[in-house]
Structures are given as C-alpha cells and as structure tokens.
Design a protein around this ligand. Structure first.
Ligand code: ATP
Length: 232
C-alpha cells in the first residue's frame, strides 16, 4: 500500500502541500479532486519522487527516500496528461519506451497486444507520429505507455482534460477495466461526476491540504460541489 504522512512538498521555496496524510488502498481507486491550483498534480509528482519533500511517503511499509525510490521497477507509474507524449516518435515507439523497466521487458509483446486490444485506434495508428494524434488518442497513448510497464499502482493525472464527452466515456471505460484487473489507481480529476462513478475513495484538496476524505458511496455530488467552490 502507498501512503503519505504529514507530507510537505513544493517547488524551491514555494511550499504547495501542507501536511498531507493519505492512504491509497491496494486494488482500489482513490480519486483526488479540487480546483485548479489545489496541489493535485504536485501530490502526484511528490509521490513519484520528482520533488523534494518533508514528512513520509511509504510503499508497502517501507519509507521512500533517494536510494529506495526506484519506483518504476517497483510498479509505481505516472500517466501524465495526454499532451506529454513524445511527439516526434510514432505511437508504437512511445509504447515501447513505456516498457523500459527491467521487470517488464519480457512481457513487452503481451502488454502491447493487450493495449492494442483495449485501444484499437492506437493499433490502427501504430506507425503515426504521436504529435499528429487527436487529444483523445494522445490521452489513450499516455495511458497505454503507462500500462506497458505492468504497473501495480497507476497515478493518472486529469485523463478527461480537453476531451469530448464520448472520448471521456471511453477513457473511463479503460480505467474501469484496469481497476477490474486489480491495479491500484490514484486518479486526479476535475470531472467530479466521472471520478465519483469509478472511485472507491474521494479526497478533496484545497490550497495544498486535504479538506474532505470519504468513501465514494457516501459522497453526494451537490454537496461535493458546494465544498469544492466554497471560499477558504
Ligand atoms: P490543476 O487542476 O490546475 O492542474 P492542481 O491542483 O494540479 O491544479 P498543481 O499543478 O499541483 O495544482 O499546482 C499547485 C500550485 O503549485 C499552484 O499554485 C501552481 O502555481 C504551483 N506550481 C505548479 N508547478 C509549479 C512549478 N513548476 N514551479 C512553481 N510553482 C508551481
């Protein structure tokens, strides 16, 4: 299980996260919602070891710090926004790059076939440059690239950003499928309606703090929106 205790992190002298203590239970989907600038992406970056931090980040009980932070080898993978694919490389080359951790190289072919099964559109466009994909296709590619490394925990950042509603449905269908396969998922999402539809747990962030944590079954969308929009 992935967890944080009193996590503080940010950029240089700017602190963004203030004492964030969260657990991300195995095999479950936890969603982090909140307004622009609440610190959601910063939380994902800190979990990936991309930012300096104070407090604790633990994976299966072990505290993560410099040397133990070989996370991709340990199955922790971040799927950034779809715009962050390698634009000058083909769809297939982007996917192959996702399989760089040693532990998943042997499964690379099987994983690629599985991803092409889930995303037939990527298969049709396997030789196309990623820079010429539509927004939805690029998002699918970003997810596919993350899945190439047989992740145990996937951190997904705003998968619905800029996508047409029908594509959002498609992307969330894949997220459901990944969850059904037993992947632990941390989903940062502004589309609260879609996020609540797949989540087991919901955390609302504001100004770098977690201001509400509940099982998704106990969250009322209207109440969440009131809290979401309330001023500090
Ligand atoms: P959004 O939904 O808009 O992506 P978010 O909740 O993911 O918002 P973050 O991207 O984590 O928010 O940003 C939190 C705060 O950190 C913001 O005030 C932002 O300006 C600041 N921030 C983000 N990236 C950097 C950076 N590279 N350098 C300095 N400050 C940053």
């Amino acid at each position: 299980m992935l967890e944080t205790r009193n996590l503080r992190s940010g950029y240089g002298r700017i602190n963004v996260l203030w004492d964030v203590s969260l657990s991300f239970p195995q095999g479950q989907l936890t969603t982090i919602v909140g307004q622009n600038g609440a610190g959601k992406t910063t939380l994902l970056r800190a979990l990936m070891g991309l930012l300096p931090h104070e407090g604790e980040i633990r994976l299966d009980g072990q505290r993560l710090s410099g040397k133990t932070w070989n996370l991709t080898e340990r199955g922790l993978v971040m799927v950034p926004e779809g715009r962050l694919v390698f634009r000058d490389m083909t769809v297939e080359e982007n996917l192959v790059l996702g399989a760089y951790p040693k532990r998943c190289r042997a499964d690379s072919r099987t994983n690629m076939e599985r991803i092409y099964g889930l995303f037939p559109r990527l298969k049709e466009r396997r030789g196309q440059l990623a820079g010429s994909l539509s927004g939805g296709e690029a998002q699918m590619l970003a997810m596919g690239r993350g899945m190439m490394s047989s992740p145990k925990i996937l951190l997904i950042d705003e998968p619905s950003l800029g996508l047409a509603p029908v594509i959002v449905q498609e992307v969330f269908g894949i997220i459901r499928q990944l969850k059904a396969d037993g992947t632990t998922i941390v989903l940062v999402e502004q589309n609260t309606h879609m996020a609540l539809g797949v989540a087991d747990h919901v955390h609302l962030m504001r100004s770098g703090q977690v201001i509400m944590s509940r099982p998704a079954s106990e969250v009322d969308l209207d109440e969440l929106h009131d809290l979401y929009l309330a001023r500090e």
